[in-house]
Design a protein around this ligand. Sequence first.
Ligand code: MN
Length: 192
Amino acid sequence: MIEIHRSTKETDILVKLDMNAEGPSKLETGLPFFDHMLNAMSFHGGFRLEVKAAGDIDVDPHHLVEDTGLVIGAALEQARKESSGIRRYGSAVIPMDDALSEAVVDACGRPYLKWNVEWAQLKAGDFDLFLLREFFWGLAVAGKLNLHLTTRYSENGHHAAEALFKAAGRALSEAYTPKDGGEAGMSTKGTL
Ligand SMILES: [Mn+2]
């Protein structure tokens, strides 16, 4: 179980992550739709995630959503460092009713976010779907992930987002599956 706490003047976030244990996850960000997405990601990824986040969401949930991505990303990076090697790549394409979303991960140590995402609506309930880019940006940067996210098609933004988080969970789970050999076993270069 990895535990990371990050506190700034804008947010206070505690993340507990165990990539090798099934739930139950516990999500408390003060943003019910965001909790719903994080729960979908961890449940379908088959890993345990706890997030307790507080922040200036009355100003704008932007800081909290981005910082939550940064802290979960930092936990993933620590998981990689503590491992004796991981599979590194993972991918998934997940449907939800009208929507089909895709996530492809390379836990390669070099951050990159390819955001090939379009939302059919701006919001899901009162949650601004455009904020989800900030979450995945934080995840990619702090997790040192190359992360390619795509909404192939959808009519409903909630469905597209939920399918995207499920796909991300499945892809992360595959990428962080233990594989012996350390960093040398993860690249033909002999190191990441
Ligand atoms: Mn839903």
